[in-house]
Design a protein around this ligand. Structure first.
Ligand code: SF4
Length: 187
């Protein structure tokens, strides 16, 4: 009889081939139990982020922190993807985020269609598929492909990715290299 860990390994192998086919190399597998979900992250969204109330995939258009925590407990595998980038013009980071997130959505879609019904992606940045976000779930212009960021789901990205030796620091200048992270949840 196939054991649970053998099943997980064969699923990972299948997923690896899809992930690599899509051109990703800078990523790691993690146990979703190690995803740190914290109330302080939600506070940062509420007080200090201009996306709050203006992005249809950001708070307050997302589940509560405890619901997010429950959501992560429903998975037994996850992948963290790292994206590093320096931009000459700070405004170029939105275009970069859009390109990265659209590509990630295609990856999630293929994984879902391969039989992983729970596949769910947390974008590298707040959803910026459209130039102007409607700010409400009900009027979202791309409801099938819009996804929240890890931060919108209260993930303490700093504490989570540091467990895997990924680089991340508070940046003080737009000329510094950004290290951004997307999460793919699978089971
Ligand atoms: S798809 Fe467009 S409207 Fe919907 S959340 Fe993303 S940016 Fe906003």
């Amino acid at each position: 009889m196939t054991t649970a860990s053998e099943l997980k390994t064969s699923a990972q192998e299948k997923l690896e081939s899809i992930i690599r086919k899509h051109g990703y190399h800078d990523y790691t597998w993690i146990d979703p139990k190690n995803i740190v979900v914290s109330q302080w992250v939600r506070m940062k969204c509420m007080f200090g982020c201009r996306e709050y109330g203006h992005n249809a995939c950001c708070p307050p258009n997302v589940p509560s922190v405890s619901e997010c925590e429950k959501f992560f407990h429903e998975y037994n595998m996850a992948v963290i993807f790292r994206f590093g980038k320096k931009v000459d013009d700070p405004e170029d980071r939105h275009k970069w985020s859009r390109q990265v997130n659209m590509k990630l959505y295609k990856l999630e879609k293929e994984i879902f269609l391969s039989g992983f019904e729970r596949a769910f992606l947390l974008f590298m940045d707040s959803c910026c598929l459209c130039e102007d976000c409607t700010g409400e779930r009900e009027t979202c212009m791309e409801p099938r492909s819009a996804r929240p960021s890890p931060e919108a789901f209260a993930v303490d990205v700093f504490s989570t990715v540091r467990q895997y030796d990924f680089p991340i620091e508070v940046l003080t200048d737009y000329s510094q290299e950004m290290n951004r992270y997307a999460f793919l949840m699978v089971r």
